[in-house]
Design a protein around this ligand. Sequence first.
Ligand code: NAD
Length: 264
Amino acid sequence: TANLLRGKRGLVMGVANNRSIAWGIAKAAADAGAELAFTYQGDALKKRVEPLAKQLGGHVVGHCDVTDSASIDAVFAEIEKLWGKLDFVVHCIAFSDKDELTGRYVETTEANFTKSLLISCYSFTAVTQRAEKLMTDGGSMLTLTYYGAEKWMPHYNVMGVAKAALESSVQYLAADLGPSKIRVNAISAGPIKTLAASGIGDFRYILRWNEYNSPLRRTVTIEEVGETAVFLVSDMSRGITGEILHVDAGYHVVGMKVPTAPDI
Ligand code: NAD
């Protein structure tokens, strides 16, 4: 990926630690020559994000909790001051109350439904609204989704519904922003052990199931998602928008348990 992103400036939202998908993307983007800015959610994560950003020579542009639109505005004002323009945004943000990432979807509460959809779906639109104004030479918006948007998955519940809405919003945003040469895409990543994933019931079972039943017979890494993200925010993918690209070792083509897969 050397030099693929040379001269490009990108905002990375959603680093929590060095296992975050956002961090895998940031590392790959920095390797490809991008200049990066990072947001963090709250003081606890500030302490983690600052040294990570420093490792890549990136800027930390402040706290952003997507449930507080003033904090989104503040971050974009900071980007405008810093760079005056923006080439890409990587949005790796999702949330649901852990108590509802287990058991039956039908039990979802109105409060958690609203909060999950706000954080996991609407925030991408909210961020795109601000980014559009700074993407004066065109740009690339990228978000992260999961196969639980397309098919039922155990325990994924309201997150599956939120991801389905997110994937649909990728298409609507792509249509709106295409004329401004802003592309909007998502990576549908296979399961990876991160902080957010550890909130999902029986996550180890899901990892193991994917390892045994995906065509490549393994799970994927944040580095692999990162390199695909570099492709999607680079000019190499200039003909692609509104796309949901699976980085999941091929799991999404499988309709049934592989007969030779061990029982878990
Ligand atoms: P992670 O815990 O490292 O990252 C989740 C991030 O969301 C954190 O940085 C957290 O601060 C941020 N966040 C949550 N609520 C927020 C709010 N109100 N305001 C601002 N930020 C908020 O976990 P991850 O797995 O790297 O998750 C990144 C993205 O990848 C998510 O959208 C997730 O759904 C998606 N994804 C994850 C997997 C997986 O298996 N890990 C698979 C497919 C998609």
